[in-house]
Each structure stands twice: as C-alpha cells, then as structure tokens.
Design a protein around this ligand. Structure first.
Ligand code: GUN
Length: 295
C-alpha cells in the first residue's frame, strides 16, 4: 500500500511557519500582507476555491479583500479595478479567479496585473522569468506539487517525471519548474496530452507521474509502473446523493487500484489542493516583503 502524500498535513505545518513570519512582519515592520481576490460570476467551483483562499488568509493573518461581481460585469470595469489595485499600497497580491466569463478577454486581464503583484504567477513577465530560472512568482499549483514531493523526501533530480495535461496553470509550468537546473528539480520531463499516442506506454515509464487532465478515470493501475510516485491534480465533482451537498470530489486517478501499485500517492481531496492555497499565501508574503524592501 502506497504512502499517502497528505497535502493537508503539510499545508497545516507550512501555514504555522507562515503565521509566525507574518507576526514578525507585523511586530517589527508594521507590515500586513494584503491580497485582493476578484471573482466574476457564480461558478460553484470558483466560489468554493475563493472561499478557501480567504479562510486561509484570515487564519495566517493576511488581509484579504474580496471583490465579487455578477457575470455581466464589464471588461472595462475590471481593468479599472485592476489599475486601482495595482496602485493600492495595502494590496501586495492580486488574484483574478479563472475562468472568466466569455465576454472578458482573459489574456488582457492577466496582462493588466502589475507583475510585482501577480501572486498567481500568470503574467507573461513571470512566466518568462520562470522559464529562464530567474526569481519570480511561481504558479501556485505546480510550486505546491514540487514542495509536496520535496518535503516528503522524494528525490526529483534525475527522475523521469511524466505529466498528463498541458494547461497553462498546471502542466506547462510544472514542466518548466521541474526541468530547471537546480537541486529541487533537474528532472527529465515528458508531457502527455489529448493527442498523445500510446499514452499508457509513456506513463508506465514515469518515476513520478503527475496527472492534471481534469477528467476522472484518466489513469488506472495498468498505466503506472510498480513503485512510482503518483500526484493527482484532478478535482472532479461526482454526484453523490448520500452527501448533504449532493456531490463528492474525486481526482483524475483510480485511487484504490493505483495505490496498490504506487510507492506514494496524493489523495483527492487533501492532496494538491491545500498546497496550492499554501503557495498563494507564500507568494503574497513574498510580495509584501519585496514591496517593503525586506529581504
Ligand atoms: N482557477 C483554477 N485554478 C486557479 C488558480 O490557481 N488561480 C486562479 N486565479 N484561478 C484559478
């Protein structure tokens, strides 16, 4: 039976460390890290993510300001808000929850965020810096996956990492982060996607298999090498009438059968999700320190 890589437990530990750091910043520098969270529309998953982010901020002592608007909120209004937040000295991080409604140009919005406040790491300036290995805000989910591996003493250097999924939020940036020439990376990376042929042959080569396809049942035991480490990034809502809320969450991986074969596996929920939020807190603290000139 595989070791369970609990992002929930690790996130709790890291957030305790962050809370102490924030207490210090308040006491010695009169600095309170501030995060603006912008949500347009009423996508249930987005609402739930945003709620989780705000709760986490409150618990570690980050000031979070919420901006919620109806789905018909205009692009110009959103651009104006972003310009105001770019100039607001109390706000160090700006997060616009994705996806945005169809009438709003996502690229235009992400480009408008001041790269020094882009705690999601989605601005092309930060993506470019990440690619060349310069200091930048790393996107939270891939950074959280790297931390989940390293802090569980799973060697990444020299390992073959296979990533299923090529999104701008997870797959592509994770490949960039893990291929870097630095001690927490140095992986050999292969990416698979919807047009990949013979995917099982490739996933079976993975020492570390990361599944971020956004589709349940994407990976079963037959696609996994004995002893591999499996990271499940999927968050899929499945109807479940036995639950009060009417659904439960499952990942992209067939957990029961794959956990018989893997040496370690991250669960859903309680795996990558809490790590994503933790790295957002990390980036917000870093941004506050950068803006205040604190090393
Ligand atoms: N939608 C899904 N994941 C994310 C994320 O990490 N950041 C933002 N802003 N939107 C998301």
């Amino acid at each position: 039976m595989a070791k369970i890589l609990s992002g929930k437990e690790l996130a709790e530990k890291m957030r305790q460390e962050m809370k102490s750091e924030i207490d210090e910043l308040k006491t010695h520098h009169n600095l309170v890290p501030g995060l603006a969270v912008v949500l347009i529309g009423d996508n249930p998953a987005s609402l739930s993510y945003v709620k989780g982010k705000e709760k986490a901020c409150a618990r570690v002592g980050i000031l979070s300001r919420e901006y919620k608007f109806d789905a018909d909120y205009k692009e110009e209004q959103l651009l104006k808000l972003i310009r105001e937040l770019n100039n607001d000295p109390l706000i160090h991080g700006i997060l616009v929850q994705l996806p945005l409604p169809d009438h709003i140009n996502e690229e235009e919005i992400l480009y408008a965020i001041d790269p020094t406040k882009d705690v999601d790491g989605f601005h092309p300036v930060n993506i470019g810096k990440m690619m060349i290995g310069a200091p930048s805000f790393l996107p939270c989910t891939p950074h959280g996956i790297q931390q989940l591996l390293l802090r569980n003493n799973i060697e990444i250097s020299g390992k073959h990492v296979v990533i299923v999924g090529r999104s701008n939020i997870v797959g592509k940036p994770l490949a960039m982060i893990l291929v870097q020439k630095n001690p927490g990376a140095n992986a050999t990376v292969t990416m698979c996607h919807t047009r990949t042929k013979n995917m099982a042959e490739i996933t079976k080569l993975a020492d570390i298999l990361v599944v971020a396809a956004g589709r349940p049942h994407t990976v079963n035991a037959g696609m996994v090498k004995q002893g591999a480490v499996v990271i499940d990034v999927g968050v899929n809502r499945i109807e479940d009438k036995s639950k009060k809320r009417g659904y439960r969450l499952i990942g992209d991986v067939e957990f029961d059968e794959v956990s018989e074969k893997a040496s370690a596996i991250s669960p859903v929920p309680g795996g990558v999700g809490p790590m994503t939020i933790t790295m957002l807190l990390h980036n917000t603290i870093q941004s506050a320190k950068n803006h205040a000139g604190i090393k």
